[in-house]
Design a protein around this ligand. Structure first.
Ligand code: NAD
Length: 496
């Protein structure tokens, strides 16, 4: 049996805890390994290794940190196919999609190569006579990164390169559903010259997460996952005095106005609805058609869906399986509830014949029309290949519907009217907005994050927010004495 352990202080280890979780190939349904589930002692060991490493790493010169990042970039780039294969083997997404995920992660490494610019402080000469002030940003120490199953490479890389380039040491806790890719990454960071202990990987589940949240050595937590867990992590981490950013779930709306290019909109809805089997935090799951476009749009979407091939991600299919048998059952049960609530199943993914082994966790792309806002297929994040079409009468009704959602991760508007698009980007309550672009994908040099129940905390991931999150500000006011100094004055200092 393939036992997937941890990576602590530059070495693979299976840890002390004997708890194990099963890891599957979602396209065959077969168990391919077992992952070690860390207990509090394993977590403490990793945090201690990170604390030791952080003491030196905070003093590593910017030139040295940059050199490590460049070397990591080269290794990950050269081995990107191996990483994509590792993702597909445990997550199930098709290889091309896994390669895209690796590419997005690489872009954050490239951003971190420019850390010297991002960390530059400010300097003000003569804030008072012969007194100067300047600002510094310094690392926090040990930070934890807790990631979800749906991007086993990209999400860890949203945080790890920035945290390390800022001078921190990291304990990464990947999803127990697809833990292997993170271990490869950690080994490659070491190979690139990162000192042992600066990047550690602890595999596990809630027990490991709780141990990280409670450990006094962990100064900050970057979490990505579902909203209930994000809320919990934010609260428990904050209670322990940590800095926390917790990115949660989503229900992303795509509004299509009557003047939109319907072929472009239909392509976008299919790509963003069913890419990665809908297991993306930026997936479009609610399509808001402003009448009279709905009939024509639904027809175009259904035509495109008929051509999609669902199957094993290694066979050149368009869409792979769901991540686990339990998740596939859950998504199916939503399809059943949509039918019984009266939504119209235009395309029913339950009838798909996959290009893959029968034991795989299959569900084909599903399209519901005439979905009402009170139906659970609309209110809940399904996180599967289920696209709901809601029909509204006007732009105002569309915005009202989108803004009533408790989630605010991403949204898109399709229109040829620049004024309408501009109004939408101004009025909509979401962290990321696409205009004639279905998924506003994360750009490394901007920051990524949602609003409302899609993010707890304030700073977003990577870009300038990432640097701010992984550092503390310090302001120094200094005076170098010259012969004119002196004199006692108990008054509050003012600028003279
Ligand atoms: P999840 O919340 O089940 O798990 C996320 C992480 O938390 C994992 O590492 C898991 O081991 C851990 N965890 C799970 N249950 C826990 C608990 N009760 N206590 C403590 N830790 C726990 O999420 P998932 O199913 O792995 O990922 C899918 C979710 O992530 C979706 O809701 C998706 O929208 C969200 N997501 C959000 C973003 C974003 O940018 N906002 C990005 C990717 C994924």
């Amino acid at each position: 049996m393939n036992l997937i352990g941890h990576y602590v202080d530059g070495k693979r280890t299976t840890g002390e805890s004997e708890r194990r979780g099963d890891v599957f190939d979602p396209a065959t349904g077969r168990r391919t390994g077992q992952v070690a589930l860390a207990g509090a002692a394993d977590v403490a060991g990793a945090v201690e290794a990170a604390e030791r490493a952080a003491r030196d790493w905070r003093d590593a010169s910017l030139a040295r940190r940059t050199a490590v990042m460049f070397a990591v970039r080269e290794l990950v780039h050269a081995r990107r196919d191996r990483l994509a294969e590792a993702i597909t083997a445990e997550h199930g997404k098709v290889l091309a999609d896994a390669a895209g995920e690796v590419q997005r992660g690489l872009e954050v490494i490239e951003y971190a190569c420019g850390i010297a610019s991002a960390l530059r402080g400010g300097f003000s000469e003569n804030v008072s006579t012969e007194v100067d002030s300047y600002s510094l940003r310094q690392p926090l120490g040990v930070v934890a990164v807790i990631s979800p199953f749906n991007f086993p490479v990209m999400v860890p890389l949203w945080f790890v390169p920035v945290a390390i380039a800022c001078g921190n040491a990291v304990v990464l806790k990947p999803s127990e559903k697809d833990p292997s890719a993170a271990l490869l990454l950690a080994e490659w960071f070491t190979e690139a010259g990162l000192p042992d202990g600066v990047l550690n990987v602890v595999n596990g589940d809630k027990e490991a997460v709780d141990a990280l949240l409670d450990h006094p050595g962990v100064k900050a937590v970057s979490f990505v996952g579902s909203t209930p867990v994000a809320r919990y992590v934010h609260q428990r981490g904050a209670l322990a005095g940590k800095r926390v950013q917790a990115l949660g779930g989503a229900k992303n709306h795509m509004v299509v106005l009557p003047d939109a290019d319907l072929d472009l909109a239909a392509d976008a809805a299919v790509n963003a609805g069913f890419g990665s089997a809908g297991e993306r935090c930026m997936a479009i799951s609610a399509l808001v058609a402003v009448e009279p476009v709905a009939d024509a749009l639904v027809e175009r979407i259904a035509e495109r869906m008929a051509r999609l091939r669902t199957g094993d991600g290694r066979r050149g299919c368009d869409m792979g399986p769901l991540v686990t048998a339990a998740h596939a059952r859950r998504v199916r049960s939503y399809v059943e509830s949509g039918v019984s609530a009266g939504a119209v199943p235009v395309v029913d993914g339950r009838t798909v014949t996959p290009d893959g082994e029968p034991g795989g966790f299959w569900l084909g792309p599903t399209l519901f029309d005439h979905v009402r806002p009170e139906m659970s297929i609309y209110t809940d994040e399904i996180f599967g290949p289920v696209l709901s079409v809601l029909r509204v009468g006007s732009y105002d009704e569309a915005v009202e519907l989108v803004n009533a959602s408790p989630y605010g991760n991403g949204t898109a508007i399709f229109t040829n009217d620049g004024g309408a698009a501009r109004r939408y980007q101004h009025e909509v309550e979401a962290g990321m907005v696409g205009v004639n672009v279905p998924i506003p994908v994360p750009m490394a040099y901007y920051s990524f994050g949602g609003w409302k129940a899609s993010l707890f905390g304030d700073l977003h991931a990577h870009g300038a927010d990432g640097v701010a999150f992984f550092t503390r500000g310090k302001v120094v006011t200094s005076r170098w004495l010259d012969p004119r100094h002196g004199g006692v004055n108990l008054g509050f200092p003012t600028q003279t």
